[in-house]
Ligand binder design. Structure first.
Ligand code: CUA
Length: 350
């Protein structure tokens, strides 16, 4: 028995929708979840999929089916369609159903947002700064100098409030494992919260096209036990001279730095400002955005090194592009910091 064309259309649409939902739920869209916020966000995402996939698939299949089933046949060129003027019942339904869906989903999304942004009393505040093309992290210390790093270290199970800044253009601070993402906008401070719940190392990504080096504007977050975090903090705030991040035995670098204090300070400036883009064995950094300075520095004198820092586009190493390294270090670093950097890099180049 042949079914009515409209019944055929509804059956085809329903089958396609069922397949769409199964596919949407079977595919594993997310990386490991490493924060409290991940659970409710993933559930919200699944609900959005379950509601929106059938709507999309149903509308698309009905349109395609109608185009095929009711197409013009030979001999029908001069015929007109049946004289129909609207269908009030249908129009009320297709206005009311999407309206109810939208309002419900918005309310649910608002409730989830409110839940994951709950303020906690024992929160850890970390300042995140995006700059072409690296992330910097600053940990304010009560009554002491803030600690600055190029990789995030966070204690497990402690709520973190990220205060996000940008130095130049709009970036976007994204930790996929935390499901946390917020724009870094010059001139304002944006905020986002996460409570890490799983030990491990996860990527930190820039999710806003910000220039030539956008794709390599990455860092890592290490979620460690609270005791390991305290040890790390103590190491970071130890007086300059020791190995800032590397974990190498401090004697190798500190002991025989010819320029003394200046070069030691320069080494610290290097790990904070340059290490996320440049590899340098002596400083224990491993960035790959710019040239590997372990070899590129050889035979360079102080004048050349200084010029490469303050005017990076004047002389580009082969295989690298102009415009990737920030050209404003003469403004963002103090004269003392640049002197230290030059003294340190010159000492390493010998
Ligand atoms: Cu910073 Cu993309």
């Amino acid at each position: 028995m042949r079914r009515h064309p409209v019944a055929q259309m509804v059956i085809v649409g329903a089958i396609a929708s069922a397949i769409g939902i199964v596919l949407a739920l079977v595919i594993d869209w997310f990386p490991a979840d490493a924060a409290d916020q991940a659970g409710p966000i993933d559930t919200l995402y699944d609900v959005l999929m379950i509601v929106s996939v059938p709507v999309f698939v149903l509308v698309t299949t009905v349109v395609l089916f109608a185009v095929w089933r009711f197409r013009m046949r030979p001999g029908q060129e001069k015929q007109d369609g049946p004289p129909i003027h609207g269908n009030t019942r249908l129009e009320v339904i297709w206005t009311a159903v999407p309206a109810i869906l939208l309002v419900s989903l918005c309310s649910y999304a608002y409730a989830v947002l409110h839940d994951i942004e709950t303020k906690h009393d024992d929160q850890l505040v970390v300042h995140v700064t995006g700059q072409q093309f690296a992330w910097r992290f600053r940990y304010p210390q009560a009554g002491g100098r803030a600690i600055e790093t190029t990789a995030l270290v966070l204690p497990k199970d402690r709520p973190v409030l990220f205060k996000v800044h940008a130095e130049d253009v709009i970036h976007d601070f994204w930790v996929p494992a935390f499901r946390v993402k917020i724009d870094a906008v010059p001139g304002i401070t944006t905020e986002v919260r996460a409570t890490p719940t799983r030990l491990g190392r996860y990527p930190v990504v820039c999710a806003e096209l910000c220039g030539l080096g956008h794709a390599v504007m990455r860092s890592t977050v290490s979620v460690v036990s609270p005791a390991a975090y305290d040890r790390w903090l103590a190491r970071q705030s130890a007086p300059a001279g020791g190995a800032p991040t590397g974990g190498e035995d401090g004697e190798a670098g500190g002991g025989e730095a010819g320029g003394g204090d200046l070069a030691a300070a320069g080494r610290a400036t290097f790990t904070t400002n340059c290490g996320s883009c440049h590899t340098l064995a002596d400083a224990g950094t491993s960035g790959t955005v710019g040239p590997d300075l372990t070899t590129a520095l050889r035979g360079q004198d102080e004048a050349a090194i200084r010029e490469d820092i303050v005017d990076p586009d004047k002389r580009i190493a082969s295989g690298y592009q102009a415009g990737v390294m920030p050209g404003n270090f003469a403004e963002t670093l103090s004269a003392d910091e640049i002197d230290g950097l030059v003294a340190y890099l010159a000492s390493v180049s010998r």
